[in-house]
Design a binder for this molecule. Sequence first.
Ligand SMILES: *Cc1c(COP(=O)(O)O)cnc(C)c1O
Length: 459
Amino acid sequence: MTSKNQEVPYKIYLTEDELPKYWLNMRPDLPNKPAPMLHPGTLKPCTPEDLYPVFCEECVAQELNGADSLVEIPEAVRNFYRMYRPSPLVRAYCLEEILDTPAKIYYKFEGSNTSGSHKLNSAIAQVYYAKQQGITALSTETGAGQWGTALAMACAYFGIDLKVFMVKISSQQKPYRKAVMETYGAQVIPSPSDTTAAGRKILEAMPDTGGSLGCAISEAIEVSAGTAHSRYVLGSVMNHVLLHQSVIGLEVEAAMEKYGIKPDVIIGCAGGGSNLGGLIAPFMSKKLKGQADTRFIAVEPASCPSFTRGRFAYDFGDTGQTTPLVKMYTLGSGFIPDTNHAGGLRYHGMNSVLSQLYHDGFMEARSYRQNDVFEAASLFARSEGTLPAPESSHAIKAAIDEALACKESGEEKTILFGLSGTGYFDMAAYMAYNAGTLTDDIPSDEALARGFATLPPVE
Ligand SMILES: *Cc1c(COP(=O)(O)O)cnc(C)c1O
């Protein structure tokens, strides 16, 4: 170990009593508010009543709440959080040493609960609100499987039935994920499936498709709409999900304050934006109020580059084009990433608040090829010991690049990144990387144009 190793503990924990009591909503601090969500039929801003058939009422209220900075965390949710939170904030001394960088690297690890990622933070809140409202069944989609697993855990805890539409390629690559969800009592259906009209339509057009989150969302919405006392739940993209995930950033802020640490750069991987949005929330609010000058970097796969090559436009959230329209960075709801893409983060769009922040220059974005991401993942596993999720490894790769830039310039920057999950269930992807068979499939401009052609003609 280097002489740096006594600066702060390797792991900085909060006590249970220091768990945040409120979630933080960034929206009141945005100089330009995100454009309103639009009803797909009338193209008028969505009212709460428009959304009640799909989401439970409290989630709708949170979704549309642009005014309140602080939202109280219900005691029942906080009690569940106590089972696996606060999560550790780790100083990556070993990685720093291998990189021989003067930078100080920290990561917040969300992968130590059984579902293996940050998704549980929102799953438990959404299931709690559904239960409060007398909902007895939920349906959802899952891509890589983390969301479905988290939701299965939360539904088991509150005694709610769950149907999970799992992107077909993931259900083939990750049979153990399916088994875990089933152990928690959920029903798992590979998507597209012939159990819904949306699924049958997609199968007819593309019989060999490995599926996409957009397809699975259409199927899950259709099922909840056709089932009594049932609602649909979503594990990313939506504002209420980002709100719940702010527990991540609030814990980091409290832990860092104990040691007087101020991050110069904060990095997160971005699929729909929830772990990134949650991690940066308190720090972004400070930046927007002129109290800090933190840099923020969103990292995405080169095979699904919503921020770096997408359009800032109104779009549907699903392939079946049934959801409200959201103004966001998007590749078009018809965009489906290459089936060789193993690294997660496959969603075509991005949360609307993050999209606005990126559009207004408060956040940067970059993309990486999956072989470079897995190389960073391996270096991280070998130095820090933790096997990272491929999604999280996008953030690792960016943190390593930032730390190497510090080595060039001699700057002692403090870098924070979100380690959103564990890679235990991603061994098929790691095996492909280790065998040298992982390909880097970057969409051509023509492929992107086909996605953009599916954008609705709405300004
Ligand atoms: C789902 C997931 C992501 C991507 O979703 P976001 O909403 O962008 O956070 C990233 N990392 C892990 C481990 C995930 O499970």
